[in-house]
Design a protein around this ligand. Structure first.
Ligand SMILES: *[C@@H]1O[C@H](CO)[C@@H](O)[C@H](O)[C@H]1NC(C)=O
Ligand SMILES: *[C@@H]1O[C@H](CO)[C@@H](O)[C@H](O)[C@H]1NC(C)=O
Ligand SMILES: *[C@@H]1O[C@H](CO)[C@@H](O)[C@H](O)[C@H]1NC(C)=O
Ligand SMILES: *[C@@H]1O[C@H](CO)[C@@H](O)[C@H](O)[C@H]1NC(C)=O
Ligand SMILES: *[C@@H]1O[C@H](CO)[C@@H](O)[C@H](O)[C@H]1NC(C)=O
Ligand SMILES: *[C@@H]1O[C@H](CO)[C@@H](O)[C@H](O)[C@H]1NC(C)=O
Ligand SMILES: *[C@@H]1O[C@H](CO)[C@@H](O)[C@H](O)[C@H]1NC(C)=O
Ligand SMILES: *[C@@H]1O[C@H](CO)[C@@H](O)[C@H](O)[C@H]1NC(C)=O
Ligand SMILES: *[C@@H]1O[C@H](CO)[C@@H](O)[C@H](O)[C@H]1NC(C)=O
Ligand SMILES: *[C@@H]1O[C@H](CO)[C@@H](O)[C@H](O)[C@H]1NC(C)=O
Length: 318
């Protein structure tokens, strides 16, 4: 009985807070409608995107009340902070080209996920670099192609950047330097992006990202990994390093053994030669070590027996 009363009181209180809610602003609603008008949506995934419905209730849209703005003036005003339009099924993709920068009117946007849609080989719009509060950007497999716009380097709050399979290439003369502006980055996925033209500099660029925990550079046409590292190694927070199926033709660099937090190292499918360094055992947290499909020689160092967390060891085809 007491419990019932308490929950009743509680729901009254919640209702009192919730009543003045006005939903998202007209400007934000119009920005979303302009986006909708631009893309093809053959399976009607955006059916709920109608002016008759509060846009905070539209599918994929997440709003939050703004604490920062003046609460007395904008009581109950919500802002769009997430746009989650990831598409799990190839048959329900949004299609077309994002021509209009209308989305920039979502000035509080923190999370944008367009993965799995089909932007028909058009370039990633430069304006994405102008979302000042963006923290999470995922464009995995969305059939963008061309050049990754350097404007993304302006997204200084970004902690997640997923561009897997989006691009054809980083063209010659277009360095990756802009990445170093993303100093909060914890997750970077450039899998299947052709990085051959930045083979010499990729490591010094990612070394500018001291918060990086997960780095995925699977099949990126990289061919150079320095065997020694004279400057300070910033990458010591790294937990997952995936650099498999590149064209690295060198020995296993010793500095890798300084990445002592690594739990996953995928370095298979390259042209690595020489021995597996004894110091590999310094990576005491390793759970997965993949070195197969290289040209490694010599005996397997017994120190590998010290890797007590290891659950998967792959040395085949050496
Ligand atoms: C909030 O509104 C009050 C009253 O209109 C005003 O005095 C104050 O400066 C405003 N604060 C901000 C941060 O805009
Ligand atoms: C943002 O909204 C304003 C007011 O509706 C409009 O004039 C402007 O063109 C919009 N900006 C973009 C980039 O679409
Ligand atoms: C990507 O877009 C191009 C151009 O429209 C199209 O030919 C291709 O089939 C698309 N690829 C995928 C995987 O959807
Ligand atoms: C955004 O990036 C571009 C290209 O890197 C640069 O020219 C521009 O000044 C940047 N804008 C801001 C606001 O930082
Ligand atoms: C990668 O890009 C380089 C430079 O643009 C090009 O020469 C090379 O053929 C590309 N490799 C693949 C596998 O597409
Ligand atoms: C390490 O990262 C910091 C912060 O991004 C940067 O200022 C510094 O130059 C980096 N060190 C090296 C050797 O790249
Ligand atoms: C790696 O660690 C060793 C020993 O702790 C140290 O002497 C060396 O300078 C480190 N190398 C780099 C590149 O940080
Ligand atoms: C790797 O480099 C060595 C010389 O350092 C060379 O003999 C070998 O053919 C190269 N292998 C590949 C696959 O490029
Ligand atoms: C291994 O080395 C041999 C001789 O240098 C070379 O022909 C072969 O392509 C290499 N294999 C791989 C997987 O790098
Ligand atoms: C492996 O562990 C043994 C003791 O368990 C220790 O004596 C040895 O130095 C370790 N080897 C390496 C390479 O860490």
């Amino acid at each position: 009985m007491l419990c019932g009363l308490m929950s009743l009181a509680f729901s009254f209180k919640e209702a009192a807070v919730a009543t003045p809610t006005r939903g998202c602003s007209e400007v934000e609603q119009d920005a979303l409608l302009a986006f909708k008008a631009n893309v093809k949506d053959p399976s009607n995934r955006l059916a709920s995107w109608s002016p008759r419905i509060d846009c905070c209730k539209w599918s994929g849209v997440v709003c939050r009340s703004s604490k920062a703005s003046n609460a007395t003036l904008f009581q109950g005003q919500l802002h769009v902070v997430e746009l989650n339009l990831e598409n799990p099924n190839v048959h329900t993709a949004l299609r077309g080209e994002i021509l209009s920068p209308s989305l920039l009117n979502l000035t509080r946007l923190e999370r944008l996920d367009l993965s799995g849609n089909d932007f028909e080989g058009t370039p990633i719009p430069h304006f994405i670099g102008s979302f000042q509060k963006l923290k999470y950007l995922e464009l995995y497999g969305s059939n963008f192609s061309g050049v990754i716009p350097s404007q993304l380097g302006n997204l200084s709050s970004l902690y997640h950047l997923g561009l897997q399979s989006t691009m054809d290439a980083i063209p010659i003369g277009s360095p990756l330097d802009w990445l170093s502006g993303l100093s909060s980055l914890r997750f970077l996925d450039l899998t299947f992006v052709n990085l051959s033209t930045v083979s010499q500099s990729w490591l010094s660029v990612v070394n500018m990202l001291p918060s990086l925990r997960e780095l995925y550079l699977f099949d990126c046409n990289l061919n150079h990994i320095p065997s020694s590292f004279s400057s300070h190694l910033n990458l010591t927070s790294l937990l997952i390093l995936e650099i498999r199926y590149n064209d690295f033709n060198s020995t296993i660099p010793n500095w890798l053994c300084n990445l002592t937090k690594l739990s996953t190292l995928y370095f298979d499918g390259n042209s690595l030669f020489g021995p597996i360094p004894i110091e590999i055992a310094t990576l005491s947290r390793l759970r997965e070590l993949y070195l197969g499909g290289n040209n490694l020689t010599g005996s397997i160092p017994t120190s590998i027996g010290n890797l007590t967390s290891l659950i998967s060891l792959n040395l085949f085809r050496n």
